[in-house]
Design a protein around this ligand. Structure first.
Ligand SMILES: Cc1cc2nc3c(=O)[nH]c(=O)nc-3n(C[C@H](O)[C@H](O)[C@H](O)COP(=O)(O)OP(=O)(O)OC[C@H]3O[C@@H](n4cnc5c(N)ncnc54)[C@H](O)[C@@H]3O)c2cc1C
Length: 477
């Protein structure tokens, strides 16, 4: 006679392996009921690209669960109400889930515990971070605001851990509650815009495992240098998989540690720098937990008075990759086509918006939120506040990227630009980062008519730089 079922509530942990909540449920001598709830009323709902991802990821999870003799119960509505209803309908005796770290998650989880704890066993697990935000503090017992000491402490605590296996099978309940078809949630975009995403991405646990295996075999060992070259596949491309928890951070760290142990002749430096980048994700969640307002507001108070410009046309040109600065435009078009942009170019394009156009970083964060498949509350806020100089351990505002020099340094032959801004493909390397400086003969030969098939720069960088410094002087005084 099977016992009462255990509800396993899935959110950003859409995997079977190394999933502590699912693992614990599978060890009970009772049926397991995996549940996903789409709560359209919660704050920070995924943007369009992220919803595309979620749709495919849920499909994949449902298939993986079916292969284990189980099923994914999809429902929509207010989360707490849906969980209470499910507990009632199924006679569940347990509710297990992995903890979330967005401010709303903490509130919701405590409401769930308050409401349901008397009726069933409610248990939460650590599954999505190496170190939970409250587990770390600086020497004064305060939250960290500087990355290096934060990561130093993480390294002293980092252990070699073996990730949990996926359950062999999952006992099904005698009857399944109502389950919505995924299509009803309206996650997949109506436009054809996301078609290109499939060229780079395979959402789901298997796609994540394949990316990790490929990375550990090759790009990891030249990560220190190649991670900054946007025209190379020099990074792990795991960000959307990590965001949706299709792979756990523990699995990623374990794979790197194992690769190092098996191939001691390989470069420890590359692996260490990669682990450190994972550390920025941990840092982002640490900051989000202690400074939840920084999703929309600057961490440094002075920046609240920053004299931003209002320029809808400039914002549109930036969003569409029509600024006239090739490296910025290439990044913005890569984002539109793939739902992802290389980190180096995120910094350059972000800096251009904030410092050359003097537009609020929140406008950039909102566009990224809607168009990135890896859009993540903590990482996006950290990234934009870093660019704007208003966050913890941020790039100082007065350090203003020159988009031409950045392009020349990180894409010297212009391969990245030729790929994403094909109208410039025929320009010689010398002019690829500043077509407006090429002679009319060179432009003509490359088939470019500035102002017609590629824009003139929408601002002069040197002037824009001075305006940015003047604006910054206002908040400093
Ligand atoms: C303006 C701006 C906005 C950003 N918005 C997001 C976002 O919404 N979601 C997101 O996941 N990342 C964001 N980042 C961080 C970074 O650009 C991406 O994590 C990275 O490009 C993802 O590619 P990857 O997986 O190949 O990275 P890799 O270089 O392979 O790094 C491995 C993992 O480490 C983490 N990571 C790496 N760099 C950072 C970083 N600077 N901050 C936080 N985590 C990091 C990510 O989880 C990443 O998948 C943003 C950066 C900037 C400058």
């Amino acid at each position: 006679m099977p016992g009462k079922p255990t509800l396993v509530w899935f959110r950003n942990d859409l995997r079977l392996a190394d999933n502590p909540a699912l693992h614990a449920a599978s060890l009970q001598d009772s049926p397991v009921l995996p549940v996903f709830i789409w709560d359209g009323g919660r704050p920070n709902l995924p943007g369009s690209a992220s919803r595309w991802w979620l749709y495919h990821s849920l499909k994949h999870l449902a298939e993986s669960l079916a292969a284990k003799g189980s099923s994914l119960v999809v429902q929509s509505g207010e989360t707490l109400e849906a969980l209470c209803r499910l507990a009632e309908q199924t006679g569940a005796s347990r509710l297990y889930f992995n903890r979330g770290y967005e401010p709303e998650d903490r509130l919701l989880e405590s409401r769930i515990k308050e409401r349901l704890a008397g009726r069933l066993e409610v248990k939460s697990f650590k599954g999505n971070l190496l170190f939970e935000p409250w587990a770390l503090a600086n020497k004064q017992g305060k939250p960290y605001q500087v990355f290096t000491p934060f990561w130093k402490q993480c390294l002293t605590l980092l252990r070699q851990e073996t990730p949990l296996p996926a359950p062999d099978g999952l006992a099904a309940p005698p009857a399944w509650p109502e389950c919505l078809p995924l299509e009803v949630l309206g996650l997949a975009p109506k436009l054809k815009w996301a078609e290109g995403f499939h060229t780079m991405w395979t959402p789901g646990e298997a796609g994540a495992a394949a990316k990790l295996a490929q990375f550990v075999q090759s790009a990891l060992w030249s990560y220190a240098h190649n991670r900054d070259i946007p025209n190379l596949p020099g990074t792990s491309e795991l960000s959307p998989h990590l965001h949706y928890g299709e792979i756990s951070i523990r699995q990623v760290v374990a794979a790197v540690q194992q690769a190092l142990a098996e191939q001691p002749h390989r470069s420890r430096e590359d692996a260490d720098i990669y682990l450190k980048e994972l550390g920025w994700r941990e840092f982002a969640y640490h900051l989000l937990h202690y400074f939840p307002h920084t999703v929309n507001a600057p961490l440094k108070e002075a920046y609240r008075a920053f004299p931003w410009r209002h320029d809808p046309e400039g914002l549109k040109a930036w969003q569409r990759g029509q600024t006239g600065y090739p490296i910025v435009d290439a990044g913005m078009r890569q984002l539109w086509r793939l739902g992802w942009m290389h980190n180096r170019v995120r910094m350059i394009a972000g800096s251009f918006l904030v410092k050359d156009l003097l537009l609020p970083w929140q406008d950039g964060a909102a566009w990224f939120w809607d168009t990135l498949v890896d859009a993540d509350v903590a990482n996006n806020a950290l990234g934009w506040q870093w660019v704007a100089g208003s966050g913890a351990d941020a790039s100082p505002f007065f350090r203003i990227f020159n988009p031409v020099l950045q392009g020349e340094k990180f894409d010297p032959q212009g391969g990245y630009i030729r790929r994403w801004v094909p109208e410039l493909a025929e320009l010689p390397d010398k002019w690829i980062h500043q077509p407006w400086k090429a002679s009319s003969a060179v432009l003509q030969q490359a088939g470019i008519i500035l102002g017609r098939n590629y824009p003139f720069p929408i601002v002069d960088h040197d002037e824009a730089r001075q305006s940015a410094l003047n604006a910054y002087a206002k908040i400093r005084s």
